[in-house]
Ligand binder design. Structure first.
Ligand code: HEM
Ligand SMILES: *[C@@H]1O[C@H](CO)[C@@H](O)[C@H](O)[C@H]1NC(C)=O
Length: 501
């Protein structure tokens, strides 16, 4: 008995030593960025980081300046905070920084998907073909029909739609965009009413997964939540299975292209379902929340709403529905909305907070814009967090926390693309989609669908906040670094269809 205790104790010491030793022994070498290991062995700064990444990085920047290395859960991350120095990392001309390998680890854990060779390239080819250019025009039509179906019901508008409806704005936007986006990309069956019910049910499961997601990624779930995530994953795999796919018509060209590639690679059906789950997540996790922020900012800024409405009337004419009609819409109008485009850029500046991560494959010299050179160590990760270092930089964007709907417009009404830091023109002045090899391949479709939704909301509907004095809710700090932020609580609003009596 006593002996066992000693053996276990010794094992524990060895284990802890093994985990902590690299951290304890690590010293800053000449030419390396400032190193901050934190006070906890192995964990380093993980607790503060997970609690509030934005505040943590702000503190580190104040302490160490524009580049520093921190320990987080046994791994070392070098954060580069000077956007004038992003170029070499994003372009990676020396080919020493790797995105794919790190992303694959995450994908395995979160979606159960085991990537195959060439996946990353394939997703980007499929997206260039079907989520941009001509392919996007087709998808926009499908999206318009889906939005009609969801917002008006399968038979076109009924009298019911012309009464006031009250809802949470976040809930409403996320629910609508999710269902429309899901059905447009993953297809319909012959029974549309059934499809709508199924999409509604899937959204509820999706939201549950979404709420657990940040702590799941950080391995902070309670045992019960852990079980729940497992159940949700299995449910998604089943709902998005290959057999169910076969029953569907009108699966998007985007998904068909990708699934065909996987079949040709000999990827098993069960693994294809996991791939579908990953794509559901990538395509639906950010658009709903982004639409929420855009509509909320418009409702809180009457001058912005008025400008967008004016532009909408110019490109679309007056919109009024007759009984049993669907939305009609000149989709080409989406190309002629500089004011709404600026609203979207501004919304994403304020609400999208991605982290860009690259694994350092061999020791690497990073030359900063000020000429200073730093040695980045093989095996570490290099990380960018543009929300803090770009979006909220008052030099690039004066009064950075204020919503200015025309921030991205020139005085003559064209798109503004010239921004400066320290008097130098800056290329990366807004980075909601990431950048370089990992840039979001769905960004053009995302913008189209959100713009379509907003144009429908402001032309076909009356809408207002229940309490016009209600402040913009604070961001949920758990979601820093995970794409579009979510509000800490919802905001009540009401809407009703404008229609011909
Ligand atoms: C406002 C909405 C959206 C935002 C803010 C957004 C943002 C992002 C960001 C920041 C990444 C890069 C992640 C990284 O570097 O690891 C990403 C990746 C991705 N996004 Fe989006 N996204 C949006 C909508 C969409 C839509 C609608 C689709 C597809 C229909 C989509 C498909 C993807 C895919 C497939 C990837 C992974 C690409 C890869 O592996 O390189 N996204 N997105
Ligand atoms: C509008 O103004 C910007 C700079 O303010 C300029 O670069 C652009 O060429 C102008 N466009 C037109 C159509 O006049």
């Amino acid at each position: 008995m006593v002996l066992w205790g000693q053996v276990l104790g010794a094992l524990l010491v060895i284990l802890v030593g093994y985990l902590c030793l690299p951290g304890l022994l690590r010293r800053r070498k000449p030419q390396e960025p400032p190193l901050d290991k934190g006070s906890m062995p192995w964990l380093g700064h993980a607790i503060a980081f997970r609690k509030n990444m934005f505040e943590f990085l702000k503190g580190m920047r104040a302490k160490h300046g524009d580049i520093f290395t921190v320990q987080l859960g046994g791994q070392y991350f070098t954060f580069v905070m000077d956007p004038l120095s992003f170029g070499p990392i994003i372009k990676d001309t020396q080919r020493t920084l790797d995105f794919v390998q790190y992303a694959q680890e995450l994908v395995r854990k979160v979606f159960g998907y085991q990537p195959t060779e060439g996946d990353h390239q394939m997703v980007h080819s499929a997206s260039s073909k079907h989520l941009m250019g001509d392919g996007l025009e087709d998808l926009n039509k499908v999206m318009l029909n889906s939005l009609s179906l969801i917002m008006l019901g399968p038979k076109g508008w009924s009298l019911d739609a012309s009464f006031w409806h009250e809802d949470g704005l976040f809930q409403f936007c996320y629910n609508t965009l999710f269902k429309a986006g899901y059905l447009s990309l993953f297809g319909y069956t012959k029974n549309v009413a059934q499809d709508l019910l199924q999409a509604e049910e899937l959204f509820m499961k999706f939201r549950r997964f979404d709420l657990l997601f940040p702590r799941f990624v950080y391995s902070l779930l309670s045992p019960r939540e852990w079980l729940e995530v497992g159940q949700l994953q299995r449910l998604f795999h089943k709902t998005l299975s290959v057999e169910h796919n076969l029953e569907k018509d009108g699966v998007s060209g985007w998904l068909c292209y990708m699934l065909q590639f996987l079949r040709e690679q000999g990827v098993a059906p069960a693994m294809q379902a996991k791939f579908n789950f990953m794509m559901l997540w990538a395509s639906q996790g950010n658009t709903g929340p982004t639409s929420f922020w855009a509509l909320l900012f418009l409702l809180k800024h009457p001058e912005a709403l008025q400008a967008v409405r004016k532009e909408a009337t110019e490109v679309l004419g007056e919109a009024r529905l007759e009984a049993t009609q669907f939305f009609t819409f000149k989709l080409s109008a989406l190309q002629h909305t500089p004011v709404l485009n600026s609203v979207m850029e501004e919304t994403l500046r304020l609400a999208a907070s991605p982290t860009l991560l690259r694994a350092i494959q061999k020791d690497y010299i990073l030359k900063m814009a000020n000429g200073q050179e730093y040695l980045l160590r093989q095996g570490d990760k290099v990380a960018l967090f543009p929300y803090l270092s770009v979006h909220m930089d008052p030099d690039i964007h004066p009064k950075p926390t204020t919503f200015k709907y025309d921030r991205f417009l020139n005085p003559n009404g064209s798109r503004k693309m010239h921004f400066y830091k320290e008097g130098k023109k800056i290329h990366h002045y807004n980075m909601p989609w990431g950048s370089g090899v990992s840039i979001c391949p769905g960004r053009f479709f995302a913008l189209s669908e959100i713009k379509l939704f907003i144009l429908i909301m402001i032309t076909y509907f009356d809408l207002e906040l229940m309490d016009s004095d209600t402040p913009v809710p604070p961001m949920d700090p758990q979601r820093w670094g995970f794409g579009t932020l979510q509000p800490r609580h919802d905001v009540r609003f009401r809407y009703r269809l404008k229609c011909m009596e």
